[in-house]
Ligand binder design. Sequence first.
Ligand SMILES: C[S@@+](CC[C@H](N)C(=O)[O-])C[C@H]1O[C@@H](n2cnc3c(N)ncnc32)[C@H](O)[C@@H]1O
Length: 506
Amino acid sequence: MCVNKLILGDNLEILKAMDSETVDLIYLDPPFFSNRNYEVIWGDEGEIRSFQDRWSGGIDQYIAWLKERVVEMHRLLKPTGSIFLHCDWHADAYIRVDILDRIFGQHKLINQIAWCYTSAANTKHRLPQKHDTIFWYAKEDNYTVNIDEIRIPYNTKTEANYKEGLKGSGTFYDGKIKSDEGILNEKGKVPEDWWSDIAIAARYPKNSPNNIGYPTQKPEALLERIIKCASNEVDLVLDPFVGGGTTVAVADKLKRKWIGIDQSVAAVKVTDLRLRRQHDIFSQPYELKLRKYDYNTVRNQDAFEFEAWIIKQFGGTPNITQRNDLGIDGKAAGGAPIQVKRSDSVPRDVIDRFLSAVQRYDKRLFEKNRAAGKPAGHIIAFSFGKGAVAEAARLKNKEGIIIDLKKVNDIIDYGSGPKVLITSKELEDYKYLLEASAESDSGIEFYSWDFDHNPEEGFKADIVIDKDGKQVKKFEPGEHSIAVEAVDREGLEGAGELTLKVKATE
Ligand SMILES: C[S@@+](CC[C@H](N)C(=O)[O-])C[C@H]1O[C@@H](n2cnc3c(N)ncnc32)[C@H](O)[C@@H]1O
């Protein structure tokens, strides 16, 4: 079963449904408390709703909104777990005193980290506000901590930042700094509680993993330091405000398990595309939970995977072995057997055979359910034929036996992803205008482009977010395989492909 999950929804509901003491590390970067439009990042329905929830009642409402979520996060942490709450001057004092001290206890504050950065500022009446606050609280005293893992080598321009050709910003640690004992540790220096060696996303080259192109993206180096410091490999890292997915992308690279939640379809899909872009043989599989499922994907799943998956969606437990002699694929929450048919118009004889299987499977349970007026068993299928429906009704009315006929779309909602078209037009020497257009009932959220598409590797976005579906790009002479994915407002996606033949001009 997949531990790694990317979930669309209000984190409060999702956190409430999770088991206590299962998470090792929580990083959260909630929307800041500011009544400013730039705070709306994705601009989709889910986000705007959440924005209104938080803001309408001022700071008290914001704190109440965040507090109920942090209460759940505290419950989810293992005794050795920690939380890192990222915020800024708008609300940091309130968050520390009214939320974290109350829930975790004042003495569980490990560090108040200042993440310092520079960016353009034009303030005349105050100093530019150029640091964020990250509160690190532990659940108990024996929390996980690996200070040696985050030492900064002496004499190096620190951080992966520089690998990407980062311009300006950030200090670096000069040599000859002694550790507390007066001896240089060969791994380097422990960072203080102020970090000025990690630049903001906007300083990275456009479209690099650190700068996918939305405003609140946090740099990978920041999450790398936090995750290495306060978790171990295979630990579970949770980010309930996952945004563009920095936390889960880094957790995956560092071999941690992870769960990411966001209320915005755009955020969840950007994260999904980002994980697919960094996918390699070491990447772990993950489950993407949207509100709707793509009909074709559901329909074309491997039969055994489909059985197990739909039984879980139904709240049941699938059989571990591939086939039970009686054709029973799992059990419902109350123990009643389930059979899954990955077909339409299930005929009557399926009911007859299932009924005798159910009786043989557990006679006592069968009689108990019959006496209690509960279902003797459940058949899950895409649809049922008239004969099957009539037989189930007859059994119920005449014999008091309930065989529950459950349609897949009573368990999950599904829809069809957008249909996509790409066109190309040569503008001037090797420069092309590429235009994608797509249709979907819910409307298109954004497009993503893979300019060097290799079907075997899957879709690897070069441009993750493109709201208009228009790109102007220069190509080398030769044949180029270009793929685009359109994501609709439900999070369903559709793909289009184009082979572009660029002739060398004399
Ligand atoms: C500041 S951004 C997070 C950015 C992220 N750290 C990154 O590096 O990309 C905050 C995110 O919280 C999401 N959000 C706001 N309210 C939410 C809620 N109630 N449940 C889940 N996500 C929510 C927003 O959609 C937004 O993507």
